[in-house]
Structures are given as structure tokens and as C-alpha cells.
Design a protein around this ligand. Structure first.
Ligand code: 13P
Length: 290
């Protein structure tokens, strides 16, 4: 069923839970994620990468995810992830995204605020009731590709991501009017170089400065024993991408030959894709739920 992202996340936080969000590059993965959420009786979030949304077929995928979310038996939101291009934001919202991460975190502070306000003005003019997540503090890493730790210059070392400056939080929240706040507390996109070193002290300092639900990106590779602590720090949304892709790709590597031998059985292979993505989503839902 259709759900406002901020309502979904706030309701989860009230129960001591967080809501997992999963990047979906395709409909098979989205079906698996929603199936896992329905089986768990929990809400979830389907994320669309800006590189997907920037293409005509990506906009068609968003429309398909919109239909999937609305028809689900649990609350499901569809969010455009990490967007900084106003044209892509407008297109994705028109196609059916109900929320956007307006990401100016790589920009100077004032420009970050200006980008969020420009997106809000655009969406208000379009007459949409779109939930905006904003990001303060840049995350290292690539959103769509995870590089191995031996790829020179690619994998960010743990602890090297730009941390959110907690002293800016109150001003940033007040001036942007964002409904959720993504933070950088040692989390990175893609694979961690070594063990993740989350700065819970920084997160706690942020959490006391705003009542907005916080968002933890780059959750792949963070152990469940760490993720379970998130909701207590007002982190109500946790984003996963790399680990979900890794599982699907491993399944395809391992099982494609067998399905080729079985009469070029694409349907059988897709069923195994579903099992992999569904299992990952089910584990994340269980980890974050109280
Ligand atoms: P990972 O690829 O590190 O899981 O990050 C996902 C993410 O933050 C999507 O916004």
C-alpha cells in the first residue's frame, strides 16, 4: 500500500525499529523485496538510483515500482536515491517516486541547502507531496559499483568518509525543511576497506540536535550487531545496495550453467534470483525490526 516515507519511518522508530531500503535496478529484485516485506508483515522502501532514473527505461521502472508498492499488502515507499539534478528529480517524481534524497552533500554547505530548497520549490510548483531526505556530510564510495579493496584509489578506507559536522545539524534541518536527514558517520558506499568503524559518538551527537529521523546509507558490510543499535539513535531508515547485488550476482554465477543445460531455463534462473534477493531482504528486515 502507498506510504509516505516519513510516516513509515517515524512509525517504525516509535516501535524501536528501522526500515530497510533496497536499491532496485530491475523488477525481479523489487518483487523479491516486496515479497519479503509482505512475508514479514513490515514496511519497506524501494530505492532507485539516479543513474537508473536518468533514462527513459528507468522512468518506466519507477512507474512499475509505483504499481508494485501501491498493490502490496504492507506499506512500501518508492524513493529516488542520491539525486542532485533537478530534471532527474522532476522526471522521477512524475513517474511515481514519492520521495527523493536530494543529495548536495558533496557541495559547499550553502550550496547543499540551496539545492534542497530548489528541489522543494520545484516539487511544490509541480503540486506533488514529495518527502525530501537531505544529506549532510559526504559519503565516500560509488553508489552503483563496489570496487574491491585492491582496486587502487577505489575502495575508501574505513573512517575516511567525511563526517557530518553535528554543529551544522540544527541550522541545516531548519533551513532545508527536509523530512529526513542522511548522515555520514564512517559509513561508505560499496565495500569497506577493512572493518567498518561507525562513529556512534558522532551519531549520538547528531541525534540529540534534531528530532528528524536519521538515515544510514552504505549499510552493506556493517555487521548486524552494529545495525541493531541504529534505531536507538533515531536512525529509522537503513540503505542497502551492494550486498543485495553481490548475492544476486553470486547466484547467477553459480546457477546459470545449470539452467542453460535445463533447456535455457530463464524462468528457473529468475526463481533463484528471487530466492537470493528475498533472503537478503528478509534478513535485513528481521535485523532492523523489534
Ligand atoms: P551500499 O551499497 O554500501 O549498501 O549503500 C547503499 C546505499 O546507501 C544506497 O543509498
Amino acid at each position: 500500500m502507498r506510504a509516505r516515507l516519513d510516516t513509515l519511518v517515524s512509525a517504525a522508530l516509535q516501535q524501536g525499529s528501522a526500515v530497510p531500503a533496497f536499491t532496485c535496478y530491475d523488477f525481479t529484485t523489487a518483487l523479491a523485496v516486496v515479497g519479503a516485506a509482505e512475508a514479514a508483515g513490515r514496511g519497506t522502501i524501494l530505492l532507485v538510483s539516479p543513474s537508473t532514473a536518468a533514462t527513459p527505461n528507468g522512468l518506466r521502472l519507477i512507474a512499475a515500482l509505483r504499481g508494485l508498492a501501491d498493490g502490496a499488502s504492507v506499506p512500501v515507499a518508492v524513493q529516488l536515491d542520491h539525486a542532485s539534478d533537478l530534471g532527474v528529480i522532476a522526471g522521477a517524481v512524475a513517474a511515481g517516486a514519492d520521495s527523493v534524497l536530494v543529495d548536495g552533500s558533496s557541495l559547499p554547505y550553502e550550496d547543499n541547502i540551496a539545492l534542497v530548497l530548489a528541489a522543494r520549490a520545484l516539487l511544490d510548483t509541480a503540486g506533488t507531496d514529495t518527502v525530501i531526505e537531505a544529506e549532510l556530510g559526504g559519503l565516500a564510495g560509488d553508489e552503483d559499483r563496489a570496487f574491491g579493496s585492491d582496486a587502487a584509489g577505489s575502495a575508501p578506507a574505513a573512517g575516511t568518509a567525511g563526517l557530518t559536522d553535528s554543529a551544522q545539524v540544527e541550522d541545516f534541518v531548519a533551513r532545508t525543511g527536509a523530512q529526513l536527514l542522511a548522515v555520514a558517520v564512517g559509513n561508505v558506499h560499496g565495500k569497506y576497506h577493512g572493518e567498518p568503524e561507525l562513529r556512534w559518538d558522532v551519531l549520538q551527537d547528531i541525534a540529540v540536535r534534531t528530532r528528524l529521523p536519521l538515515v544510514l546509507h552504505g549499510a552493506s558490510g556493517i555487521p548486524a550487531s552494529e545495525l541493531v543499535k541504529a534505531a536507538a539513535m533515531n536512525v529509522g531508515k537503513v540503505n542497502f545496495n551492494t550486498e543485495l547485488r553481490t548475492g544476486v550476482l553470486e547466484t547467477l554465477d553459480a546457477r546459470t550453467a545449470a539452467h542453460r543445460r535445463d533447456g535455457e531455463n530463464l524462468q528457473g534462473l529468475l526463481a533463484e534470483w528471487d530466492v537470493s534477493a528475498r533472503a537478503f531482504a528478509a534478513t535485513a528486515l528481521a535485523t532492523l525490526s523489534r
